[in-house]
Write a new protein. Sequence first.
Length: 147
Amino acid sequence: MPEVLSLIKELAVFEKEPDAVKLTNDELIRDGFKENPEFVCLVAEMDNKIVGMALAYKRYSTWTGKVLHLEDLIVKRESRGMQIGTKLLDEIVKYGYNTGVKRISWEVLDWNQPAIEFYNKKGAKIKEDWRVVHLDKKAINKYISKL
């Protein structure tokens, strides 16, 4: 998992939030390898080195039922253009199909044009009218303190 965490940190830098990753290697191991793991993580290797990963977890939609949420699909900068992202997405879609999900969803930043073009080419529908809403740890604590 150290290589996976390194990819996550690389993505944070790319997404202009270099200090945003608070997750630790121990948390990844604990949450990903317990009896009922919190996520599935697929990795892509070249020359015995991890060059990409896709991390997803199950959700439930009140409209459609079982959903797979693709949290991150990351390919190292120097390994892009080699179909690694396509192969990782292919495997995530197969995993979702085989587990019976009705939808696979994820987010993409509005300025990440290469990713938007990639997802559009794959047949994904980018919902321009939906906004992502987050309560971070600090906001959760503040919310709870007012209850």
